[in-house]
Design a protein around this ligand. Structure first.
Ligand SMILES: Cc1ncc(COP(=O)(O)O)c(C=O)c1O
Length: 421
């Protein structure tokens, strides 16, 4: 019998006998309460960029908690680390003159951006532009907006239809249908949202001309472009922003995860001048964005982000990902000849190692079996969209540790293949 904790994305019938409880972590290594150690292949949920056990971030948070833990950001109020972080993110962002709206994670950021896109068109006199277009395999969090925008059918089924029905999903790299959709309905479309690299849907880097064409179509049809960089911001692809790597010029950028490396929950939206202008320029009274969360701009979370970004910069971790990208890929591709393994996809410090379609057709639970076997070989990982093993370690992982991860995963694939027969 497990604890009373209801796990996310989990069949509790299975998990109630298989809960893994961690008590500490250092670098890329996790320790469970029963003493077992695991190499963390995924930086938890893609977020722990700087690795575990960073005293410097803990100290910054402790210092902030004792000074002023948090305060309302509604109306005129805010706190020092919040404005410092907003300034810093705006100066780092690949959007000139951006402003920042904070929330507690990626799903908050998605809701904020989706509402702001619609509100923007409302205040500029085009309230009929309400549809948000997303793409196949896209993951945009689990709030109501994100659930509806999902391009992963399993994540949106079972709620009695679309929660928010003004969404349209197009194919992963399909700019032709996107163009045709814009041609027909641009007058009703508020925004296009996409991850620079599809993450939770299975690590799909874009085709070379994809983002340039999306950019062109959005400009031509006056559709806002939202880059969901909850995974790609702060270096996962070897660029500080996925938008930089792929030449995207978004109107809004969503971030979360690696902004604090998960030491505190934080996310937000970098909003470019086109969208912020009606709400900021001119004199009062003016239109408002009536939105905000209790913990928007939480002081201790922002202090964690500031300390985390100091580490990323001081240790050159984004540059490290860029310089080791091909070495990382070569090491991961050693799994290509392991049993059950299909076509591996990698970019930056992330990869998906799929199970072949044939093997999955015979047994859809193979990925879960590989994850369970990996735990027996000292490797903590998880399944991406029912078909692949997820790899996205901390940016600090050593090459030896990458080899340990690959060896452990190979042993897991071999063990499962052996029992399949
Ligand atoms: C691209 C993307 N957007 C949004 C989210 C939602 O973030 P959160 O789980 O912090 O709400 C995620 C989470 O994995 C994500 O990968």
């Amino acid at each position: 019998m497990s604890s009373r904790f209801w796990h996310g994305f989990a069949d509790m019938h299975v998990i109630k006998d298989a809960e893994v409880v961690f008590r500490s972590a250092e670098g890329v290594w996790l320790e469970a309460t029963d003493g077992r150690r695991f190499l963390d292949t995924t930086a938890a949920l893609w977020y722990c960029a700087v690795g575990y056990g960073r005293r410097e971030i803990a100290d910054a948070v402790a210092e902030q908690l004792t000074r002023i833990a948090a305060y309302s950001s509604f109306g005129p109020y805010t706190t020092e680390p919040t404005v410092q972080l907003a300034e810093r993110l705006a100066s780092m962002a690949p959007i000139d003159d951006a402003v920042v709206f904070f929330g507690s994670g990626g799903s908050d950021a998605v809701d904020t951006a989706a509402k702001l896109a619609r509100r923007y068109w409302d205040v500029v006199g085009r309230p009929e532009k309400r549809i948000i277009v997303s793409r196949e395999h896209g993951y945009h969090g689990m709030h109501a907006w994100g659930t509806s925008l999902a391009g992963i059918p399993g994540n949106k089924a079972g709620y009695g239809g679309e929660i928010i029905d003004e969404v349209v999903t197009v194919g992963l790299n399909d700019t032709e249908s996107l163009g045709a959709l814009f041609e027909r309905r641009a007058g009703e479309i508020a925004a296009f949202i996409g991850e620079p690299v599809v993450g939770a849907g299975g690590v799909y880097p874009p085709e070379p001309s994809y983002w340039a064409e999306v950019q062109r179509l959005c400009r031509e049809h006056d559709v806002l472009l939202i880059a969901d960089e909850v995974i790609t911001a702060f270096g996962r692809t070897g660029s500080m922003w996925g938008s930089l790597r792929y030449g995207i010029e978004p109107d809004m950028i969503l971030f979360a995860k690696a902004v604090t490396s998960g030491y505190m929950p934080l996310g937000g939206v970098l909003v470019g001048p086109r969208v912020s202008e009606p709400f900021w320029a001119g004199s009062a009274p003016g239109p408002m964005f009536v939105h905000g969360y209790t913990y928007s701009g939480h002081a201790a979370a922002c202090a964690a982000a500031n300390a985390n970004l100091d580490i990323l910069e001081r240790e050159g971790l984004v540059e490290r990902v860029a310089s080791l990208e091909s070495d990382f890929e070569a090491r991961i591709r050693r799994l290509a000849d392991a049993p059950l393994v299909g076509e591996i996809r990698t970019v930056g410090f992330t990869a998906a190692v799929p199970i072949t379609a044939d093997a999955l057709a015979g047994d859809a639970s193979l990925p879960a079996k590989v994850v369970a076997a990996a735990l027996r070989h000292g490797i903590a990982t998880r399944v991406l969209r029912g078909h692949a093993i997820h790899i996205s370690p901390a940016f600090t992982i050593t090459q030896d540790e990458v080899d340990t991860m690959v060896d452990g995963l190979r042993a897991a694939f071999e063990e499962v293949a052996g029992s399949v027969g």
